[in-house]
Design a binder for this molecule. Structure first.
Ligand code: NAD
Length: 494
């Protein structure tokens, strides 16, 4: 497929002329573009434009703002195939996942369009006669979005669709590994804005650059909310910097997600779910399954089946319909996988799979590592298809081990025992932001709030009431009498 044709159909003029950021595809490592980078002055101008856009946009009625997001959803529907293919080319996920990512954007646009008529506040009973109280939600300001390479477009839409209906403007610093998909999404946004007709200039913009570009946004007090998705390392730097200026953050960071397979589990279902969660997306989802706790009674029944299923997974060109596992993003990811497997071996792990697949790019066979001790490399997130497997005998021990890592994103249990399932979901169960029963930890729907606890950052995006992060809350008290009673019975007569 000719990348220039694909980009031009999506509305991107040229991605080969800029002097600055070279873009390569993980499919075979070749260069597919070179995009112009925003310098400090350009970023400053974009932040100023975003601030001006916010001042105008906040006065547009929310349901009307929702109409713009509905039109964005329409533009995405019309270009789903092309954008999904571009996601596959730029970040290497298989085509059905590339298309799925665009579908997720469409879903959140639909959700946000409905939400634009439901930004509900509260009425509150006042203790004073002749008074009423209420809680209102107002637009917040400029929302800065920093995104990771592995969900190059969906993460923006989770933020932008909500931020736009909430009355905010959006500035997006995509991963330096995936700027082309960001430029394509921006072109589709501009198409929707032109159809809408009344969107202020600068309502949604893209900043192209690496870490320094993100840092400039992080430090600028005109950016009210920094929503940053990426590694825990990045979050550790971004969080305190934004806090220092009393800005707001929404952090979506690394995961080290686990699954428990209990004695009553449906093993056929568990094998399929584990393969998708651990090997799918080449282990490059924040919610990928990385640790598996298998009850000793079924260990010998499950593990050979899992190894057999792993052996049958097709690794290769992510655009080919039979492929289930595409490439790793780059050489650094490949090296980190091998480093992790070496450390696991040194810890006594028995490794099955993990071999390099000989073709241009960085392709690997997913690895299963059987281990006795839950420590060392297991406690770290390695962004690659490695699944560490442990035997357990007591469910409370398995849950405690699952919870004993720094990250707290996603978790799951395979069981047909309702008491065990409910224990896993209880206050004494999984400590993660996401807990599932009889499905893997990855592949969330947009309707729920997405995010995790502890070193995953504590942020929530997407569905439920995640929209509240993009607005400011105001408590209002109105006195409709001619008396002035004070709260708590305080007397102050003048
Ligand atoms: P990364 O942390 O290397 O980069 C993410 C983004 O942060 C990039 O745009 C990068 O330029 C920017 N950045 C890096 N340092 C920065 C700084 N100091 N200040 C401002 N911006 C900075 O992550 P990656 O390799 O692109 O993605 C993989 C990681 O992202 C994994 O850890 C994965 O778990 C995580 N992730 C989390 C979620 C989630 O929702 N929790 C979703 C996707 C990915």
């Amino acid at each position: 497929m000719n990348i220039e044709d694909l980009l031009s159909r999506l509305g991107v003029e040229s991605a080969a002329s800029g002097a600055g950021l070279a873009v390569s595809t993980p499919v075979d490592g070749t260069e597919i573009g070179n995009v112009a980078v925003d310098d400090a002055a350009a970023i400053d101008a974009k932040i100023a434009a975003a601030e001006a856009a916010f001042l105008a946009w906040r006065e547009v009625p929310a349901p009307k703002r929702g109409e713009l997001v509905r039109l964005l959803g329409e533009a995405l529907r019309a270009h789903k195939e092309d954008l999904g293919r571009l996601v596959t080319i730029e970040c290497g996920k298989i085509l059905s996942e590339g298309l799925g990512e665009v579908q997720e954007m469409i879903d959140i646009c639909d959700f946000a369009a409905g939400l634009s008529r439901q930004l509900y506040g509260l009425t509150i009973a006042s203790e004073r006669p002749g008074h009423h109280m209420r809680e209102s939600w107002h637009p917040l300001g400029v929302v800065g979005v920093i995104s990771a390479f592995n969900f190059p477009v969906a993460v923006w839409s989770w933020n932008a669709a909500l931020a736009l209906v909430c009355g905010d403007s959006v500035l997006w610093k995509p991963s330096e590994k995936t700027p082309l998909t960001a430029l394509a999404v921006q072109a589709l946004f501009e198409k929707a804005a032109a159809k809408f007709g009344e969107a202020p200039e600068g309502l949604s913009q893209v900043i192209i650059g690496a870490r320094e570009a993100g840092e400039q946004m992080v430090d600028d007090p005109r950016v009210a909310l920094v929503s940053a998705t990426g590694s825990t390392r990045m979050g550790r730097e971004v969080g305190p910097r934004v806090a220092k200026r009393f800005g707001r953050t929404l952090l979506e960071l690394g995961g080290n997600n686990a699954g428990v397979v209990a004695p009553s589990a449906d093993l056929d279902l568990a094998v399929r779910a584990i393969c998708f969660a651990a090997a799918g997306t080449a282990g490059q989802r924040c919610t990928s399954l990385r640790r598996l706790f298998v009850h000793e009674e079924i260990y010998d029944a499950l593990i050979p089946r899992l190894k057999k299923a792993y052996g049958s997974l097709m690794v290769g060109d992510p655009s080919a319909p039979e492929t289930l596992v595409g490439p790793l993003i780059d050489r650094a990811a490949f090296d980190r996988m091998h480093y992790a497997l070496d450390r696991a071996r040194a810890q006594g792990g028995a490794v099955t799979g993990g071999e390099h697949v000989d073709r241009p790019g960085y392709y690997v066979r997913p690895a299963l590592v059987e281990l006795e001790n839950h420590d060392g490399i297991v406690l770290e997130e390695t962004f690659a298809p490695i699944l560490y497997v442990f035997k357990y005998s007591d469910i409370d021990d398995a849950i405690a081990m699952q919870n004993s890592v720094g990250q707290g994103l996603s978790s799951c249990i395979f069981t047909r025992d309702v008491l065990e399932a409910e224990r896993f979901l209880s206050a004494a169960g999984s400590d993660c932001g996401i807990a599932n029963v009889n499905i893997g930890p990855s592949g969330a729907e947009i309707g729920g709030a997405f995010g995790g606890e502890k070193e995953t950052g504590g942020g929530r995006e997407s569905g439920s009431d995640a929209w509240k992060a993009y607005m400011r809350r105001q408590t209002q008290t109105v006195n409709y009498s001619s008396a002035l009673p004070l709260a708590q019975g305080v007397k102050f007569d003048v």
